[in-house]
Design a protein around this ligand. Structure first.
Ligand SMILES: NC(=O)c1ccc[n+]([C@@H]2O[C@H](COP(=O)([O-])OP(=O)(O)OC[C@H]3O[C@@H](n4cnc5c(N)ncnc54)[C@H](O)[C@@H]3O)[C@@H](O)[C@H]2O)c1
Ligand SMILES: N[C@H](CO)Cc1c[nH]c[nH+]1
Ligand SMILES: [Zn+2]
Length: 429
């Protein structure tokens, strides 16, 4: 963990190092990913079977075995404890409500004898990547699939790797609850390639969304253009802004809740209290020893964690905006006032009663969020990722007479005769 103090001379260099720390490993796997995509394009299902055997230690009995059947989904649901299904349902209902409230209105604007419109429509087919290499994420199934269904996507195709052939029952139950229409037991770059290019078994989709490891992220980057993608999600991050009165043990656990995701995750505390900085550092050490994922969380905290001591919240807000974190917790008196001054964060959690993990599961907003400082220009997954706009125009004869001559003038200036005449001949010229 790095400890930096804005009053000390080395601060600027230390902070720049933090901003540019190489946590994203996608560049290093681009060659391997290109080779996998080429294999899937050339050999389709046969390549999927071989790559699944190689990377997920499982040899499916033919391509049909890659698809999860309706019977398997029903059996998975049966295998889940009722309290798990209840928790899933509570989360799903809250996520549905929040995403339904995002649905935009079409636009119709009459103007000068023309009518201008904008119509929203869903993509036909969406591919959802649900990570499954190191851990199973039923919550990510809900977060990917619900916005797609709420947006009106008809074909919602989920791909999930199944190390040793096993898919967690709760992942399948979540897919059923969220309205996923197809589930394929395939992961990594090969799954992304199959969704983009199709194979004999898997029909291609129009857009691929969802987080994954470096191979998945790089594969999404490489198939972009053939299909749409959401953002490229890298390792998780949190910035916690905390003042002197916060409980160090709670702050420490909030930092470790991101660190335990990945050795490359990054957790940063910004505080105006040297005493809190000391106590949180100690509390992280103590808490680490109690965590089931201690090794991952410790690696993340030691390599990428940081505590930044600031003079005041003006400085704290400026540093936070430069970090543009995926998650932001604001644990200060009047958190809304500080949050109003922050411009760049994927998702914010305000006040001591709202730890980020609430947002991972049950709050309602999406947990698939921009990482790696991309919150400067990108947003979390939403219904908008599954929608596109078509604009339309209709005109009366009088309307064309009003605006047409200017269009003829501009078309002639561009030397585009057919453009000019297509309008002029309607104007009787
Ligand atoms: N942003 C979010 O909302 C969110 C949610 C959940 C998980 N995550 C992140 O997603 C990531 C999940 O990673 P994961 O590894 O557990 O699962 P994953 O499903 O992303 O990756 C597993 C797949 O990676 C491929 N792979 C592994 N080693 C390979 C190699 N040497 N060559 C080629 N392919 C290889 C295999 O095909 C395997 O099936 C983590 O970084 C986690 O933090 C993010
Ligand atoms: N915090 C992760 C990235 O937003 C999402 C997640 C899933 N399960 C638990 N957490
Ligand atoms: Zn999380």
């Amino acid at each position: 963990m790095k400890r930096l103090d804005t009053t000390q001379p080395g601060f600027a260099t230390g902070f720049d190092a933090l901003l540019s720390s190489a946590r994203d490993t996608t560049q290093r796997v681009d060659g391997a990913v290109a080779a996998i995509i080429a294999e899937v394009r050339a050999r389709g299902d046969a390549a999927l079977l071989e790559l699944t055997a190689r990377f997920d230690r499982w040899t499916p009995a033919g391509a049909a075995a890659l698809r999860v059947s309706a019977e398997e989904i029903a059996a998975a649901r049966q295998a889940c404890r009722p309290e798990l299904l209840d928790a899933l349902d509570l989360a799903a209902r809250r996520i549905e409500r929040f995403h339904a409230a995002q649905m935009p209105q079409d636009l119709v604007l009459p103007e000068d004898g023309l009518t201008l419109g904008l119509r929203w429509g869903a993509v036909d087919a969406a591919g959802l990547y649900v990570p499954g290499g190191k851990a199973a994420y039923p919550s990510s199934v809900l977060m990917n699939a619900i916005p797609a269904r709420v947006a009106g996507v008809e074909r919602v195709v989920m791909v999930v790797p199944t190390p040793d052939g096993e898919v967690a029952p709760l992942v399948l139950a979540a897919a059923e609850r969220a309205g996923v229409t197809e589930i394929w037991r395939v992961g990594g770059a090969q799954a992304v390639a199959a969704l983009a290019w199709g194979t004999d078994s898997i029909m291609p989709v129009d857009k691929i969304v969802g987080p994954g490891n470096a191979y998945v992220a790089e594969a999404k980057r490489q198939v972009f253009g053939r299909v749409g993608i959401d953002s490229i999600a890298g390792p998780s991050e949190v910035v916690v802004l905390a003042d002197a009165v916060q409980d160090p043990a709670r702050v420490a656990m909030d930092l470790l809740a991101q660190a335990e995701h990945d050795e490359a995750a990054q957790s940063i505390l910004i505080t105006d209290s040297a005493a809190l900085a000391d106590r949180v550092a100690e509390a992280v050490e103590a808490a680490l020893r109690t965590l089931p994922r201690e090794a991952i969380a410790r690696a993340s905290w030691e390599a990428h964690g940081a505590i930044l001591l600031v003079r005041d919240w003006d400085e704290g807000v400026r540093l936070c905006d430069r970090l543009a974190p995926e998650h932001l917790e604001v644990l200060v008196a009047e958190p809304e006032a500080i949050f109003a001054r922050i411009r760049h964060a994927g998702a914010a959690f305000l006040g001591e009663w709202c730890p980020e993990a609430v947002g991972d599961y049950v709050a309602g907003p999406n947990h698939v969020l921009p990482t790696g400082r991309t919150a400067r220009f990108a947003s979390g997954l939403s219904v908008f990722d599954f929608l596109k706009r078509t604009t339309w125009v209709s005109a009366t004869e009088a309307g064309l007479h009003r605006v047409g001559p200017a269009a003829v003038t501009l078309a002639e200036a561009e030397g585009l005769g057919a453009h000019a005449r297509s309008i002029a001949m309607r104007l009787g010229q």
